[in-house]
Design a protein around this ligand. Structure first.
Ligand SMILES: CC(C)(COP(=O)(O)OP(=O)(O)OC[C@H]1O[C@@H](n2cnc3c(N)ncnc32)[C@H](O)[C@@H]1OP(=O)(O)O)[C@@H](O)C(=O)NCCC(=O)NCCS
Length: 172
């Protein structure tokens, strides 16, 4: 399968925070942001794999700033690395408060998607070929993050998390 560049999967979408999206403090609800991020990340994974994709896990989802009613939020996503059937997607959200003229990073997360066939069975996807320094940094970090999430999900044993041996006490 021909390798693909991260930029080929890049997706960006802009949302306007409306009353139906907010809580009683007039801030964007966390679940709504998760929905925005999941959709954008899924499109990135689908662009990379040209397959049906399902969300397998979400990690390091940060809500570092409250997002006010009337803000404009831009969510961007790109595949950082693929393995067999799974792909790690880095997603960021940047929020503009038009009244104050401020734009800042409000959210960030790593999503994992699995490409599946019509029967929902995992299917192999193309490898990633990074181009920029940043893309290489995410590519190299992705193996460590994969092992950490599979370990936390109970899908691999500590001895198989080879990239984490320096931080795991295997005799504990
Ligand atoms: C994700 C899913 C397809 C994995 O199926 P499975 O039978 O466990 O398949 P496998 O054990 O062969 O794993 C397939 C891949 O999923 C990855 N995976 C499975 N669970 C994972 C998890 N919790 N976190 C990250 N990756 C995971 C595996 O590492 C493997 O990756 P690889 O092929 O790149 O090595 C299956 O669990 C599923 O359909 N889950 C429901 C998905 C869903 O409904 N999402 C929400 C709506 S889109």
């Amino acid at each position: 399968m021909k390798k693909r560049h991260p930029k080929e999967s890049f997706v960006s979408s802009t949302e306007f925070v409306l009353p139906n999206d907010t809580n009683t403090l007039n801030n964007l609800m966390g679940g709504r942001m998760m929905h925005f991020m999941d959709i954008v990340a899924a499109i990135a994974a689908q662009r990379h794999s040209k397959r049906i994709v399902v969300t397998a896990s979400v990690d390091n989802l940060n809500f570092s700033k409250a997002i006010k009613l009337g803000s404009v939020v831009t969510i961007s996503a790109k595949v950082t690395r693929s393995f067999n059937s799974s792909m790690e997607v880095h997603v960021v959200a940047d929020t503009e408060d038009n009244m104050r003229g401020i734009k800042e990073r409000s959210n960030e997360a790593f999503f994992t998607f699995v490409a599946v066939d019509q029967n929902g069975r995992p299917i192999d996807v193309p490898e990633i070929e990074p181009e920029t320094e940043d893309e290489w940094k995410f590519f190299h970090g992705a193996l460590k993050r994969r092992q950490l999430r599979l370990l936390m999900a109970g899908r691999i044993k500590p001895e198989d998390a080879t990239e984490l041996h320096s931080i795991l006490d295997l005799n504990a």
